[in-house]
Design a protein around this ligand. Structure first.
Ligand SMILES: Nc1ncnc2c1ncn2[C@@H]1O[C@H](COP(=O)(O)OP(=O)(O)OP(=O)(O)O)[C@@H](O)[C@H]1O
Length: 263
């Protein structure tokens, strides 16, 4: 049974995994140097949804992700996150003194997986991100794309029901980026994981998202919402790019983003 149905059955309420209600975040205390990073943001992400945040630099996308992850506290409003959260950043942030497997085993240990089960779980997670057989390698022996896969495997080690991704593929070459987009999309499809994903790329937003929230700066706020659910069928990411529907949604989103930037 899909998780959204389970949640509905269990609680009898709206099955949203993430709810932000009139949230504001300020950096730098209350003095004159304080920055209002985001103001009056309300949004809701349903169980199993893939929601993408886009907007100009400094509009508060990372701040919203950090808020949902529990790394920031709101100055105003409420944050309700109902399920366990995993985070993947733009940089992999691996421990260089540990092996690939050691990085993932560390996350498994924190998640309470007994020592005797960790090696098997490490192998499973590496297989899942297309890095089978690399457990004993050093992280610095891997390419940027491979390191980002390890970061994804490490986030998945805690079996999060919500995955927060902050421009995770921005630093990668186009082909690696496409492969990882495919993997994340498949992961979301097959496990029903709820994803909140930040990107600067209009293409990436349309290829991955079911809904895009467009933000504007000064102060950061959500100004538009664009449904972008592409009929995926059997097509992979490369195939989807060639469809008229992709071009149409891409044009529509770019237009909304242009209008939002002039707000
Ligand atoms: N630790 C901090 N201290 C003070 N101001 C901060 C801090 N972090 C972010 N800000 C400010 O808050 C605002 C929102 O920043 P945030 O990083 O959330 O934006 P963003 O949309 O993710 O930007 P980018 O697309 O460039 O990554 C910006 O004005 C930024 O300068």
């Amino acid at each position: 049974m899909p998780r959204s149905e389970t949640a509905e059955k269990d609680t009898g309420r709206d099955p949203a995994d993430i709810v932000l209600d009139g949230v504001g975040v300020r950096y730098g205390g209350k003095g004159s140097g304080a920055v209002t990073a985001v103001s009056e943001v309300s949004l809701s992400v349903g169980a199993g949804e893939f929601v993408v945040l886009v907007g100009p630099s400094g509009c508060g996308k990372t701040t919203l992700l950090r808020l949902v992850a529990g790394f920031e506290r709101p100055a105003t409003g409420g944050v309700d996150v109902r399920r366990t959260v995993g985070v993947v950043f733009q940089q992999p942030r691996l421990f260089p003194w540990r092996t690939v497997g050691g990085n993932i085993a560390f996350a498994l240990a924190r998640h309470g997986v007994p020592r005797g089960q960790r090696a098997e779980r490490v192998a499973e997670l590496l297989e899942r991100v297309g890095l089978a057989g690399t457990a004993r390698r050093r992280t610095w022996q891997l390419s940027g794309g491979q390191q980002q896969r390890v970061a994804l495997a490490r986030a998945l080690a805690a079996e999060p029901q919500v995955l927060l991704m902050d421009e995770p593929f921005a630093a990668l070459d186009a082909l690696t980026r496409e492969r990882l987009q495919e993997e994340v999309r498949d992961l979301a499809d097959t496990t029903g994981t709820t994803v909140l994903f930040v990107t600067h790329s209009v293409d990436e937003a349309v290829l991955l998202g079911s809904r895009v929230l467009v933000m504007a700066a000064g102060p950061g706020r959500v100004v538009a919402e664009v449904p972008v659910a592409l009929a995926r069928g059997a097509a992979d990411v490369a195939g989807l790019r060639t469809t008229p529907e992709f071009s149409r949604l891409r044009g529509e989103l770019a237009e909304v983003m242009r209008a939002a930037a002039q707000d």
